[in-house]
Ligand binder design. Structure first.
Ligand SMILES: *Cc1c(COP(=O)(O)O)cnc(C)c1O
Length: 388
């Protein structure tokens, strides 16, 4: 038997063998012509994956949190007003971050499992002159997806910079950054982008770059300051050597491989595949008699599913049993319901067969926990969607 357990959490995920091979290749100099070419290609490909032809990409060593912080530290000056649309834990993170850099923060909270109300958002935007608004495209703690397109339109209407936390969405959920008027869309390598953890990725539109250039005060982080990174990104794209801080050479080689694969699949096809995987997983969960954190399928993410445990089943009991049956799932993250739900990631390299194997493992775990259900019903429900 193959000694492999599927990693089906909302990041890190299963990675493609070619991506992992790039990580294991001998490391070159960060100014070697071959590497300059790879980095330059990766930056060009990012624009196509983000669907943002006029964007300025940034690739910096760090986790997704650095990407969140970079957007704030470069765009916010003390006293600026910021609006946070909170649909889970990562919205609260943004509120803390903004406050740390001196913003006057207003948080619009969605009820747990719900998305933000567009009318309420518009009314709030009318109320005060916000410089910036943050939205979590998919909040990984709730599995809720916001309507990024409609929020981008609102941002433009009220002259507010929109910053989209796309760590759990970019290259999985539909996102047309430029067309939707999103000023910054940021992500990290280890989720739908399909590369092991370690890269903070940002795509910054022209209006956000202009706002950064118009700052009166210096950026209060040295490492995160775009002044230090913009010349580096421009140099790699122009295929010139440059240096500010040593780039994670192998991770960037792996990123370039993954971006090539993503574009090879095609963005539209990729969005459709993720939607289908998401629907299949959710159909299985419903068929197994479990409810989910998102209150309506219309705002449930395609990249992950967040089911509540059935009556009488706990995570401490269930998750190790599911793992023993072949799939690693994640526990809860939202403090209000942490022990009442779990999370299944299905993004990036996830194949239909991986999802079926995962649902099969979940059924095995539920069965071992003495939960009563019609065996095979979850797998069948998922398969019906996958084959539709
Ligand atoms: C994972 C995640 C983050 C944090 O990314 P790290 O790489 O863990 O720092 C931020 N926002 C969202 C929506 C995420 O899913």
């Amino acid at each position: 038997m193959k000694d492999r357990t599927l990693l089906m959490i909302p990041g890190p995920i299963e990675f493609e063998p070619d991506v992992l091979q790039a990580l294991g290749a001998p490391t070159t100099s960060h100014v070697a012509p071959e590497f300059i070419e790879v980095f330059g290609q990766a930056l060009e490909r990012m624009r196509k994956v983000w669907l943002c032809p006029s964007g300025q990409p940034f690739v910096v060593a760090g986790s997704g949190m650095l990407a969140l912080e970079m957007a704030v530290v470069n765009l916010i000056e003390p006293g600026d007003k910021a609006l946070v649309l909170e649909t889970g834990v990562f919205g609260d993170r943004y509120a803390e971050l903004l406050a740390r850099y001196g913003a006057e923060v207003t948080v619009l909270r969605a009820p747990l499992g719900n998305t933000v109300d567009l009318e309420q958002t518009e009314a709030t935007l009318q109320d005060a002159s916000y410089k910036l608004m943050t939205l979590t495209h998919v909040d990984t703690s709730t599995g809720v997806r916001v309507d990024a397109k409609a929020l981008g339109v609102l941002g433009r209407k009220y002259g507010v910079l929109t910053v989209l936390d796309g760590v759990c969405s970019v290259a999985g959920e539909e996102l047309c950054q430029q067309e939707w008027g999103i000023d910054v869309a940021l992500s990290a390598s280890q989720k739908a982008i399909g590369v092991p953890p370690g890269l903070a990725l940002l795509m910054v539109g022209p209006q956000a770059m202009a706002a950064w250039r118009a700052r009166k005060s210096a950026v209060s982080s040295y490492y995160a300051d775009w002044s230090n990174w913009l010349p580096i990104m421009e140099a790699y794209e122009a295929r010139r050597p440059s240096y500010f801080g040593t780039p994670p050479v192998n991770l960037i080689c792996a990123l370039n491989v993954s971006l090539e694969q993503i574009l090879g699949e095609g963005m539209e096809a990729r969005f459709v595949r993720h939607r289908k995987l998401g629907e299949a997983c959710k159909a299985a969960i419903s068929a197994l008699g479990m409810s989910q954190v998102p209150t309506d399928p219309a705002h449930a993410a395609a990249t992950l599913t967040a089911p509540y445990y059935p009556e009488g089943v706990t995570g401490t009991e269930l998750l190790p049993k599911v793992k023993a049956a072949g799939a690693i799932l994640a526990g809860g993250l939202h403090p209000k319901i942490k022990d009442r739900y779990f999370r299944i990631g299905h993004m990036g390299a996830t194949k239909p067969g991986d999802l079926l194997a995962t649902i099969g493992a979940l059924e095995a775990g539920l069965h071992a926990c003495s939960y009563t259900f019609d065996r095979g019903t979850g797998v069948a429900a998922a398969q019906r969607v996958l084959l539709s």
